[in-house]
Design a binder for this molecule. Structure first.
Ligand code: 13P
Ligand code: G3H
Ligand code: ZN
Ligand code: ZN
Length: 309
């Protein structure tokens, strides 16, 4: 089976009130861990590549690794550009065989975001590629974020509806209180579900996307810290909130930080417990197994995209 787009996956996810996992990939072990998990859970996958990942791994290597994963696993896999910052990088990835791209022009004014997104949509659709855009700004939520600050950065429901209509985009990343990385909330975790419901109501049947959706499971932070790490006060999005979001029109949930934490914890442990080892296959292999277990947990217990195939 060749790479697929997310169109059919999102339709089923929307109707079934579950979400497809979009996992960031940077090297072979990460890809293998994710794909092994999806195989066991009979799940489709979105493997997403950031500009930083392309720079780290070399775009050709990364694409070949994903193609190898498709060939070896036979799974429906979407190759997606994460946070494309302009038309050029989106075009490069489209020309390079990606089946999905994100244009993230959310830091531009509304009308400019529409114009840039529209340009990407026109080019992508002419090549059979789907497009995700972003409206609103992801930021850390603090207890004292007031309503006007929320209105300035969170996605406005009316604008979301207008944006989708004017751009013809295939999915939309929204800001309702999540943020990237391991420090998402200072106080109690809190997402603006009223806003999510208002957006979903104006866009029936339309797939929404949640970025910054790692849970930052305490046991993995503790494991990192136990073996020499220093990651104090990390906190993510509770799993029940992700399940709730998936039931309200969020069809794609982005996870990177939880993979980083799982891999780092396992590698720190392996290196500490085996001081005489200098074979990278041992600690990289343990990192890969940790990624696999994390992804199995996400697919089966949080996203609900297991037994899809
Ligand atoms: O949104 C993400 C990638 O686009 C990843 O989010 P996390 O940092 O919460 O894993
Ligand atoms: O959205 C951010 C993702 O976690 C990717 O991170 P990165 O840009 O460091 O590769
Ligand atoms: Zn953004
Ligand atoms: Zn993101």
């Amino acid at each position: 089976m060749p790479l697929v787009t997310s169109r059919e996956l999102f339709k089923r996810a929307y109707d079934g009130k579950f979400a497809i996992g979009a996992f960031n990939v940077n090297n072979m072990e990460i890809i293998q861990g994710i794909v092994d998990a999806a195989k066991e859970e009979k799940s489709p996958l979105i493997l997403q590549v950031s500009a930083g990942a392309r720079k780290y791994a070399n775009p050709t290597y990364l694409k070949k690794l994903v193609e190898a994963a498709v060939e070896d696993s036979g799974l429906p896999i979407v190759l997606h550009l994460d946070h494309g910052e302009d038309f050029e990088i989106c075009k490069q990835c489209i020309d390079d065989g990606f089946t999905s791209v994100m244009i993230d022009a959310s830091h531009h004014p509304f009308e400019e975001n529409i114009a840039i997104t529209k340009q990407v949509v026109e080019y992508a659709h002419s090549k059979g590629v789907v497009v995700e855009a972003e409206l609103g700004r992801l930021a850390g939520v603090e207890d004292d974020v007031n309503v006007s600050a929320k209105d300035a950065t969170y996605t406005d429901p009316q604008q979301a509806a207008e944006f989708v209509e004017k751009t013809g985009v295939d999915s939309l990343a929204i800001a309702i209180g999540t943020s990237h990385g391991a420090y998402k909330f200072k106080g109690e975790p809190n997402l603006d579900f009223e806003r999510l419901q208002a957006i979903a109501k104006l866009l029936p049947g339309f797939p929404l996307v949640l970025h910054g959706a790692s849970t930052v499971l305490p046991e993995f932070v503790e494991l990192c810290n136990q073996y020499g790490g220093n990651i104090p006060g990390a906190q993510g999005v509770p799993e029940d909130m992700l399940r709730r979001a998936a039931s309200l029109g969020v069809c794609k949930i982005n996870i990177d930080t939880d993979l980083r934490l799982a891999m780092t914890a396992a590698m720190r442990k392996s290196l500490t417990e085996n001081p005489g080892n200098f074979d990278p296959r041992k600690y990289l292999g343990e990192g890969r197994t940790a990624i696999k277990e994390m992804v199995r947990h996400k697919i089966a217990n949080v996203l609900g995209c297991n037994n899809f195939l």
